[in-house]
Every structure is written in C-alpha cells, then in structure tokens.
Ligand binder design. Structure first.
Ligand SMILES: NC(=O)c1ccc[n+]([C@@H]2O[C@H](COP(=O)([O-])OP(=O)(O)OC[C@H]3O[C@@H](n4cnc5c(N)ncnc54)[C@H](OP(=O)(O)O)[C@@H]3O)[C@@H](O)[C@H]2O)c1
Length: 335
C-alpha cells in the first residue's frame, strides 16, 4: 500500500495535536502531512516525526491533493470546509458534531460498527467523546443481554472544551492557589476550579443540554438500536483530561455482575479494573494519555424492580485520545 497524503483540519487544537501523535504512534503510512488551521496559525510550524511542518490556512483549495482529512475543528468550520475537501477527492473523518446525524454519513466506533465505514460518501463522523467512552464498555454487555436503556451521569474534563478549556482551568487553579479572584471568562459559564458545572452545551429538548442529547441520538445510530432509551446528565468537572461516567444500563435478558465482568475482561478497547477489596476502580488520572476505556464498580442495580435486568458501572477514558483522535485514526486505518 502506498502512503497517504493526510490533512489535519484544526492541527493546532487539543484534538489536532493529539492526532499528530496518534499517527506517529500507530505508524500510519503518511506520505505527506498537511496541517491546516485558521489564518491566525498559518505560516507557523508544528512538529511531526521530528520535522517542523508549516501550517497552511484552511481554504477550499488547500485540500487539493489530500487523500484523507482528519477533522478537528468546530462545527461551522467543518460544515464550510469538509464538503470542499470531498469535492477535491478527499475522504474526511470528522470530529465535529456537524455531520454526525446526517443519514448519508456513517457514525463509527470501530469496536462497535466498523462495517459502517463501507457506505460513506466522502465523510465519516467520529461520535461525541462521552458517547464513545460510555458505549465501548456497554457494547460487550449488549452482546450478552441486549441493551434497552441507559441512565448516565458524566464527569467531563476541562480539555473537552478544547485548548481554551484546558488553559482556563490551569489559570484558575493558579488563581485559587494564590487566593486571587478568578475572572468569569469563557469557555465556561462559571469558575470551574473547585467547582462543578452541570451544563455542557446549550439547553434544548425538555431542558436537556445538547451534550446530554448526543448519547441517545448518536448511540441509537452507532449501535443500530432505534429503540434504545437514554437519560444523560453531563457535568463539567475540574479535571484536566479524561471523562468519567456513572452508568446504569437495563437489558432485555438477565445478566449478573459476574457475567458482565467476564464479557468486559475480553472485550476490545476495554480494561476491566474492578477489585473493590484492593481499592481498584477506574479514575481519570490513571486513564489519561492512553487509549483504553477502564471499567469497574460493576454491581447489580439494587433499585431495579423485579424482572428488570440492570447493571451499574463506572468507566473512565481519555476523551482526547479514544474519545476523539485515536478513534478517528482507527477509522482512517479501516479506510
Ligand atoms: N477536546 C475534546 O476532548 C474533544 C473530544 C471530541 C470531539 N471534539 C471536537 O473536536 C473538534 C476540535 O476540538 P478541540 O477541543 O481540539 O478544539 P480547540 O482546541 O479549540 O482547537 C480548534 C482548532 O480549530 C481550528 N480553527 C478554528 N477556527 C478555524 C477556521 N476558521 N479555519 C480553520 N481552522 C480553524 C483552530 O485553529 P487556530 O489555532 O488557528 O485557531 C484549532 O486548530 C471540535 O469539533 C470538538 O467538538 C473535541
């Protein structure tokens, strides 16, 4: 196989920089790399395989000659530019929300629905990060017992709001430590350091936020389960990276915690970390900067009425890697 010309739209951001690392680590056959970003970054350089490569302003013509575009920009930029890349012959794997629910666009987690890459028309979407981190460990349980309903609460890291989120939490932590007042600047509505913010995205249907609605809408599409019911609460927490989720899942058929552990112990993309006696359970500090979703605290839902088969678990994963960059590079590998 000959190498590919790979473009990264948004190469200077949190996800874009991670994509560069993932391409290197996974030895993706890159013949030439084209880092694309806004006019603010054009002309600066970025490191890839020990070389400094000049960043190009992302204009429609900048996609000429690129085989694969990995999208790591905001929704508006993706909407404006990725169809231009497709017109010029590229296949795009996009991380924004822009195309995820489009019926002509596959939405893919390779551990779940790798075959869906086959029917793409130039764009394949990467799911929302919290959706990926929740669904990777639920999928093996679905194989055992048939997933019916999910109730999830997420604890989402500051870097989920990109470079501005990461920089803001670092700055605030410095202010709090120094006893200085912190400013009320974007990207969060309130101070995040020493706080929790139970809002990610704008409020929508029945006062769920846009982030909370994604797990259901995207989950039904990825898992090919149109009847899947999801209730999600998303909370921003003062963690640098790695999202965590408390999930109760209800199944068609009976499943015991032991059966769930057995299925998860051999599932791709998952690491079972569930040893209460040894105080071993998933935590974001341990799951940062690696690709597996850690899952533990597996137990029966003691509130479930008779006849309802439900399991409760806790999982954590690096949302910049498996929740974004790694998942996108895995899709590019499938291509
Ligand atoms: N952060 C996460 O954990 C995460 C997880 C899953 C999915 N995502 C999604 O991935 C995408 C990128 O997120 P991020 O967190 O990496 O954001 P980020 O750190 O804010 O980076 C945004 C990137 O987009 C570029 N950009 C902005 N305006 C542009 C324009 N007009 N033309 C071309 N490029 C432009 C920026 O370039 P400049 O540096 O030149 O401004 C930068 O490279 C978003 O759609 C986000 O929702 C993020």
């Amino acid at each position: 196989m000959s190498g590919k010309v790979v473009g990264i739209l948004g190469a200077t951001g949190v996800v874009g920089r991670q994509m560069l690392e993932c391409l290197e680590e996974r030895n993706f056959d890159v013949e030439r790399l084209v880092p694309l970003a806004s006019a603010r970054s054009a002309g600066k350089t970025i490191g890839f395989r020990g070389e400094d490569i000049q960043i190009v302003e992302a204009t429609p013509d900048a996609f000429e000659g690129i085989d694969i575009v990995l999208g790591a920009a905001d929704d508006a930029t993706a909407t404006r530019l990725l169809p231009e890349a497709v017109k010029r012959g590229a296949v795009c794997v996009d991380n924004s929300h822009a195309f995820r629910l489009d019926k002509d666009v596959p939405l893919v987690i390779p551990e779940i629905n790798a075959d869906d890459v086959k029917w793409h028309n130039g764009i394949i979407s990467n799911p929302n990060c919290a959706t990926i981190i929740g669904l990777v460990p639920l999928w093996p349980l679905h194989q055992v017992a048939g997933l019916k309903r999910i109730i999830a609460s997420t604890y989402q890291a500051a870097s989920g709001a990109g470079m501005p989120g990461l920089n803001e939490l670092e700055r605030e932590m410095g202010c709090v430590a120094a006893g200085e007042p912190v400013s009320e600047t974007a990207p969060f509505a309130y101070q995040l350091a020493a706080n929790l913010i139970p809002q990610i995205g704008g409020f929508g249907e029945e006062l769920y936020t846009s982030e909370e609605l994604k797990m259901g809408r995207e989950g039904r599409k990825i898992c090919h389960l149109p009847e899947l019911r999801v209730n999600c609460t998303c909370v921003r927490v003062p963690i640098m990276r790695s999202h965590s989720e408390s999930i109760t899942a209800e199944f068609e058929r009976p499943i015991t915690p032991e059966e769930a552990r057995e299925a998860l112990a051999v599932a791709p993309g998952v690491k079972l970390v569930d040893d209460p006696e040894a105080l071993r359970y998933p935590m974001p500090l341990e799951t940062s900067d690696q690709d597996l979703i850690y899952v533990g605290r597996i137990r029966r839902d003691m509130s479930a009425p008779d006849g309802v088969n439900a399991i409760t678990l806790f999982c954590c994963g690096d949302q910049i890697r498996k929740g974004a960059a790694t998942n996108a590079v895995q899709i590019a590998e499938l291509l």
